[in-house]
Design a protein around this ligand. Structure first.
Ligand SMILES: [Zn+2]
Length: 435
């Protein structure tokens, strides 16, 4: 499950576009940061996506991806032109089983091929109509799903929701969010002809005038189980309540929310929250494994990621500026625990911290707040563009924060939490050789 949020310049403090996404996937599905440089390709070049190969374009653009380690595509990313996209599984009555392009493949291809949000929207539609969407999108589990996207740049944002080769989109005015449920109802700007026809054929709408995208195609039980509506309402309220004053730190805060209860603990409750914590195999089998926040202005683009799970326990660090690489010392990971990999280093501490959540969080909160405030004040208010030295410095600050916090967390006793919760995580620790 996932949450994606956007606010255009008319709704933000500085007049820049803000975008944020939590990528919720299987708890041990490592998500890496990947920087793909601009590249030219030969006239007959092909690109191998997760399941199928398609013709490559002449030139692909510089792109930062948050990418599950085993696939071609990505959950979210931004390119050198300041086009940002997040995709989400839509919980629908029909699922695309046949191998084709996955939603994550479509996201990456659109970022590599577009200079504006409008271009990216059209690239996804064209690829979708030609190659279709489908194939297993899960890591250990089999997951087949249709896809929704929020696509934004400095001026415009769109929500694009798709079923098979069909689609509908609308231009976003001010603020919007998606949370695994179809968010477009009768309010689409443009729709493919087949989308309404299929709903009528299946008896999910009686006529074109009766057609409501969300009502026709949404699968009610899983939509309820994933708390999609609740998360959507919570995100929309936050965006609406803070309209006109929204800034980067608000988007980071949004992606860290659970419930209104101050004593919330991750082993309690059956439903997913915006900052998603896995806790059982039925309704909370996924969790946030990476978060991205971007601020896209006319002159400058700022990108921040946790590069790790549990955003409520993870500091953001800045990445992706012109002529920069990934932070020095950042190591990508794969399925097995590796003490050199950034994602796994953070994950080992998180798995200890969630067993004594309130005390662990208290040990981190003040230092995390101080660091992020200092980092954001500097990065967004300096006259220069972020350089490699600064990227390396903030990443190093975050690594040091984890080391200090991890030492303190390791001294805490495990609290009394449900046996099933402990068993759930000890299964993953065993599977991943995390001691
Ligand atoms: Zn959390």
């Amino acid at each position: 499950m996932c949450d994606t949020i956007v606010a255009l310049g008319t709704a933000t403090k500085d007049g820049d576009t803000l975008f944020g996404k939590n990528s919720d996937r299987e708890p041990d599905e490592v998500q890496n940061l990947d920087l793909i440089e601009r590249k030219t390709h030969g006239s007959n070049a092909k690109v191998k996506c997760t399941y199928i190969e398609i013709p490559q374009v002449q030139e692909t653009y510089r792109t930062l991806l948050c990418r599950p380690f085993w696939m071609f595509g990505a959950e979210m990313g931004i390119n050198e032109y300041g086009v940002v996209i997040g995709n989400e599984a839509l919980l629908t009555k029909i699922k695309p089983k046949k191998s084709a392009l996955t939603g994550m493949d479509l996201l990456r291809l659109a970022l590599e091929r577009s200079q504006t949000a409008k271009d990216a929207r059209d690239v996804i539609i064209q690829l979708l109509e030609k190659y279709g969407q489908g194939g297993n999108c899960g890591y250990r589990a089999k997951e087949y799903y249709q896809n929704g996207f929020i696509i934004a740049d400095k001026d415009k944002a769109y929500v694009l929701e798709t079923i098979g080769k069909n689609w509908a989109w609308k231009e976003i005015e001010g603020i919007w969010s998606i949370s695994n449920k179809i968010s477009i109802e009768k309010d689409y700007d443009t729709i493919s002809s087949g989308l309404i026809q299929e709903a009528v054929n299946r008896g999910w709408a009686s006529s074109e005038s009766d057609f409501n995208f969300s009502k026709a195609y949404s699968e009610p039980i899983f939509t309820l189980g994933s708390a999609a509506k609740k998360r959507e309402q919570s995100n929309r309220c936050f965006l609406s309540d803070n309209r006109s004053s929204l800034k980067t730190s608000d988007f980071m805060k949004m992606l860290r929310r659970h419930t209104d209860k101050p004593d919330w603990k991750p082993h309690q409750g059956l439903r997913l929250t915006v900052c998603a914590h896995a806790a059982n195999n039925l309704t909370r089998y996924s969790q946030t494994v990476c978060s991205l926040v971007t601020k896209i202005g006319k002159e400058k683009i700022f990108s921040y990621t946790t590069g790790a799970s549990n955003p409520c326990l993870s500091p953001y660090f800045p990445i992706f500026a012109p002529n920069t690489k990934l932070p020095q010392g950042y190591v990508k990971g794969e399925s097995d625990f590796n003490p050199d990999v950034f994602w796994w280093k953070a994950e080992k501490i998180h798995r200890k911290a969630v067993m004594n959540y309130i005390d662990s969080k208290e040990l981190l909160d003040q230092k995390l707040d101080e660091y992020e405030k200092r980092m954001l004040d500097f990065v967004e208010n300096q006259n220069n563009i972020l350089d490699q030295q600064q990227i390396d410095k903030y990443f190093s600050d975050v690594e040091n924060l984890y080391i200090e916090w991890g030492n303190n967390v390791s001294k805490l006793p495990n609290m009394k939490c449900k046996f099933a919760y402990k068993k759930f995580w000890s299964k993953y620790n065993k599977l991943n050789s995390v001691n």
